[in-house]
Ligand binder design. Structure first.
Ligand code: AVJ
Length: 320
């Protein structure tokens, strides 16, 4: 049986406070983590199947093509800590190469993860599995059953892009600290990073023809209605997804299609037509820019793998 630990059930009050502070700010924002309720996680899986959404497919190609070299860089027998594991499929495809001793998938979408990890444990009975339900964006805390030796953090999919570069640096330093816990040696990081490319390709990836990304973004409003007991009318909002070249990030917004008032038990927010809620940033890096960030966080010995078009990059880095 896979072990499953729910670390912090974020207090309902603090979820509400955080959300309402963002929603009532002059420029309304919500954290991208609220995109991932049960339906949101499924819509994200659907996004990964879209022809326009190249990151997942390109990263998978890189992992497939360079699996043995990647495993040689990472070393076998590690404690593989999978940040934002989702359905655990990416890590599972690397198990035959990485041969982890322990597998620790971490995700905020708790029910989705616990289903995935119990199915995976049946396929790989020899690997010790500890599922962790937690919001690691607030800090990286791991339960004691996670082994400290040879921790390999796995952060694929370019989820690092959800952080600003400053936040990413702080997060990478936390990973470094977690590798060094109890004086452990041999730790490292295997991370997927999306690279800067032509605007049209980036914009299409976040505003696809079928409107799956639009549904993913709009579903946030349904999630907010449940979390806050609010009354967002999903039909009165439009998806916006585009590349902001100056800040080197894709931005997702929800735009009010009409003047409207949204209500929740102790408050209201008026939105005028065209006003937006900023729901996600997805930063895009240059190869050298990201290596510099890794170095600044205390990682070195960086090896990178990319696809022929240089659209995506997988990096392995060691502690220095
Ligand atoms: C899961 C954060 C990597 O930024 O590409 C996909 C999320 N948002 N389409 C990304 C996402 C819209 C995705 N990450």
């Amino acid at each position: 049986m896979a072990q499953f630990i729910q670390l912090v059930e974020q207090r309902k009050q603090s979820v509400e406070d955080e959300l309402l502070a963002g929603l009532t700010a002059p420029q309304a924002t919500t954290s991208p983590k609220y995109l991932y309720d049960a339906l949101g996680s499924k819509l994200f899986e659907a996004i990964c199947e879209l022809p326009e959404y190249y990151p997942t497919r390109t990263e998978a190609e890189i992992f497939h093509k360079h699996a043995q070299e990647i495993a040689d860089a990472c070393g076998t027998g590690a404690t593989l800590i999978d940040l934002g594991a989702g359905n655990c499929a990416k890590a599972a495809s690397l198990f035959p190469y990485l041969q982890p001793t322990q597998y620790v998938p971490v995700d905020i979408s708790i029910d989705f993860l616990s289903d995935a990890v119990s199915r995976l444990q049946q396929r790989f009975p020899a690997i010790d599995m500890v599922g962790v339900g937690t919001d690691f964006s607030a800090g990286l805390v791991l339960p004691e059953t996670v082994r400290s030796a040879q921790r390999l953090f796995f952060y694929p999919g370019s989820s690092i892009g959800n952080f600003t570069p400053d936040e990413a640096l702080i997060f990478l330093r936390q990973i470094k600290a977690a590798c060094e816990q109890d004086g452990a040696k041999g730790g490292g990081l295997l991370i997927g990073v999306d690279l800067v490319k032509e605007n049209t390709i980036l914009s299409a990836a976040y505003d696809d023809a079928l409107g799956v990304t639009a549904s993913f973004n709009l579903n946030l409003l349904q999630h907010l209605n449940r979390l806050l007991d609010a009354d967002f009318d999903v039909r009165e909002w439009r998806h916006r997804g585009f590349f902001n070249e100056k800040l080197s990030r894709v931005e997702m917004h929800l735009e009010a299609a009409s003047d409207q008032t949204v209500r929740w038990p102790d408050g209201v927010r008026r939105f005028e037509r065209g006003e937006r809620i900023h729901t996600e940033n997805s930063y895009k890096y240059s190869r050298q820019g990201f290596i510099s960030l890794l170095n600044a966080a205390g990682f070195g010995n960086v090896t990178t793998w990319s696809d022929p078009q240089q659209w995506f990059m997988v990096c392995h880095a060691r502690l220095v």
